[in-house]
Design a binder for this molecule. Structure first.
Ligand code: CUA
Length: 350
């Protein structure tokens, strides 16, 4: 008689749950925001140290647990010492125990010392900027967004953006960082460890991206209500693409060319927007919120909170507090025509 074989049917919900769990597990080790997926020398040094420490800790753990299991097993299979008198009558046993303690203490000291040397040498290795003439970028932490300035001795060559840091692949980047309000912490796990931004005190860190890609980073120091929505992206691109991007960022905003976008610019300049935001070449020089000169070239709004789409931007302008409660941006009252014109204008700020 032939047995009929049927395929096991897995419920779609179970399958989805499995894939989600697998994705979350994998995301912990690789992907765009992970210390275990280094994309530059600084992060690679830290990841290497992590794996060496994990290896040492694993070996020590296995030895300790092995010794414990052995001791328990041996204790259960033979008579214990009755008293101290008997212990001293068994000099061989005493000798073995003494040697065991000496070996264990020596091993502990050697392991701790090795770990100390590795940690200190890694710390000093990552503290030094590698490569010549790093690109300098100034970062200012705000509740809850990142101001990013590309410094240049020639004023026309300076550029300003927010929450998205473009860097050339293979060139070291020196970040000079400060904060206008509270302590924040810059952390792009794939590229470098954390570095605090401190009010009234400039701090410096550096990284180098060796692989082109988009790496997510975030504030790593609790800084208030929207600390969790203080993310940023590092866009590492080939040098030529980076130069092109930077040239474009240095330009003032494109002039509106049709009646809708011209109306949108008027809305921007007459609504409260211009009191907090700048748009290069328009006379809007507010410096409380992000510079919007090239807003439409960015990937997200509200410090990585939402992808930049017209719909999200509309929601954000009308009611930012429902998206990011506590954010400094107040709601803006606009009639539908004004909103459409404003969105059309902002969409031209490439
Ligand atoms: Cu800024 Cu947490």
């Amino acid at each position: 008689m032939m047995a009929t074989r049927s395929r096991v049917q897995v419920k779609p919900t179970v399958r989805r749950a499995f894939y989600t769990a697998a994705a979350i597990a994998l995301a912990g080790c690789s992907g765009f925001q992970s210390v275990l997926d280094p994309k530059g020398p600084r992060a690679a040094d830290v990841a290497r140290l992590h794996w060496i420490f994990t290896g040492i800790a694993t070996v020590v753990y296995l030895i300790v647990i092995g010794a414990l299991v052995y001791a328990l097993w041996r204790a259960s299979t033979r008579k214990p010492f009755i008293d101290e008198h008997q212990y001293h009558e068994n000099p061989d046993q005493a000798q073995v125990m003494k040697r065991g303690v000496i070996i264990a203490v020596s091993a502990t000291v050697i392991i701790m010392f090795t770990a100390l040397v590795l940690a200190v040498s890694t710390g000093s290795a990552i503290a030094t900027v590698r490569g010549e003439k790093p690109l300098r970028i100034d970062i200012v932490g705000h509740q809850w967004w990142w101001e990013v300035s590309y410094d240049d001795p020639i004023p026309q060559n300076q550029a300003k953006t927010a929450n998205e840091i473009h860097v050339p692949v293979g060139r070291s980047v020196l970040l000079k960082m400060r904060s206008t309000d509270v302590i924040h912490s810059f952390w792009a796990p794939n590229l470098a460890g954390k570095k605090d931004l401190i009010p009234g005190h400039e701090t410096v860190t550096w990284f180098r991206a060796d692989t082109a890609g988009i790496y997510r980073g975030q504030c790593a120091e609790f800084c208030g209500y929207q600390h969790a929505k203080m993310a940023f992206y590092i866009v590492a691109q080939p040098r030529i693409d980076f130069e092109r991007w930077l040239d474009q960022q240095r330009e003032p905003a494109p002039k509106p060319t049709d009646s809708l976008t011209q109306a949108g610019q008027r809305v921007f300049l007459s609504a409260p927007c211009a009191m907090c935001h700048s748009i290069g070449g328009t006379g809007a020089y507010g410096n409380i919120g992000p510079d919007l000169t090239h807003l439409a070239s960015r990937r997200t709004i509200a410090a990585g909170t939402l992808p930049l789409t017209t719909g999200n931007l509309a929601g954000w302008i009308l009611d930012p507090q429902s998206i990011k409660p506590g954010a400094k941006m107040p709601p803006t009252q606009l009639d539908p025509q004004s909103l459409q014109a404003l969105l059309a204008y902002l969409g031209t700020l490439k």
